[in-house]
Design a protein around this ligand. Structure first.
Ligand code: IMP
Ligand code: MG
Length: 189
C-alpha cells in the first residue's frame, strides 16, 4: 500500500455501506433498546460498559451519549488483526480491566463481530469476575456462520462477509477516522 501524506482516506473507498445519517439513526434506535433493558435491571447493580479497543472507540463514544443511565466505562485491549491482516489471527487480550465488575451489570461493546473470537475471549474473561449480568453489543455483524453463532444481545447492522473500514474500523490502523463505513479499493490494500 502506498501511504501518501495529505491523501484523503475517502478516495480509497470502493463502496459505502452506511453513511453518517444511517449510522447515527441506527445508534439512536439501538441505544433506545439497550436503555429500555437497562431500566429493567434491579436498582442495586451498577452498570459498566466494557469497550474493546481500538475499533469500538468511535461507536462507544456515540452510543454512550444516547444512554441516560448512570454508568462507568472500562477499556480492554484485544489484538486479533495485527498489521495488514484482514482475517483474524486469533484474539489475544493485551490489557484487561482495572476496576471490579463483581455484582455489576456489564455491557461489552465492540465494533464488529467476525470470527467471534474476540467476543468469546472477553465474555469468558469477564464472566470469571462474577458480574451480575453480562451482555454484548456490536455495531456490525458479518453474515457468516461463526459470527451468527456467537451470542450477542445487540447488533446494529448485519453485513455481507466482506472487509470494511471506517467509523473506528481499520486496515493496518488507518481509516478509523472515516465518518462512513465502506469497503476498500483493492489498490489501497
Ligand atoms: P473477531 O474476533 O474475528 O470476531 O473480530 C473482531 C475484531 O476484529 C473486531 O474488534 C475488529 O477490530 C476486527 N475486525 C473484524 N472484521 C473486521 C473488518 O471487516 N474490518 C476491520 N476490522 C475488523
Ligand atoms: Mg481492529
Amino acid at each position: 500500500m502506498k501511504t501518501i501524506l495529505g491523501h484523503h482516506v475517502k478516495a480509497d473507498l470502493e463502496k459505502i455501506l452506511f453513511d453518517r445519517e444511517q449510522i447515527a439513526a441506527r445508534i439512536v434506535a439501538l441505544a433506545k433498546e439497550i436503555s429500555h433493558d437497562l431500566d429493567e435491571l434491579p436498582e442495586d447493580g451498577e452498570i459498566v460498559l466494557v469497550s474493546i479497543l481500538t475499533g469500538s472507540v468511535i461507536f462507544v463514544a456515540d452510543l454512550i451519549r444516547q444512554l441516560p443511565q448512570k454508568l462507568r466505562i472500562e477499556l480492554v485491549t484485544v489484538k486479533s488483526y495485527p498489521g495488514r491482516a484482514t482475517e483474524s489471527q486469533g484474539a489475544k487480550l493485551i490489557d484487561g480491566i482495572d476496576g471490579s465488575i463483581e455484582g455489576k451489570h456489564v455491557l461489552i461493546v465492540d465494533d464488529i463481530l467476525d470470527s467471534g473470537g474476540t467476543l468469546k475471549l472477553i465474555r469468558d474473561e469477564l464472566s470469571k469476575l462474577n458480574p451480575a449480568s453480562l451482555r454484548a453489543c456490536v455495531l456490525l455483524r458479518k453474515r457468516r456462520p461463526s459470527a451468527m453463532a456467537t451470542p450477542c444481545e445487540y447488533v446494529g447492522f448485519d453485513i455481507p462477509d466482506v472487509f470494511v473500514v471506517g467509523y473506528g474500523l481499520d486496515f493496518d490502523n488507518y481509516y478509523r477516522n472515516l465518518p462512513v463505513i465502506g469497503t476498500l479499493r483493492e489498490e489501497a490494500m
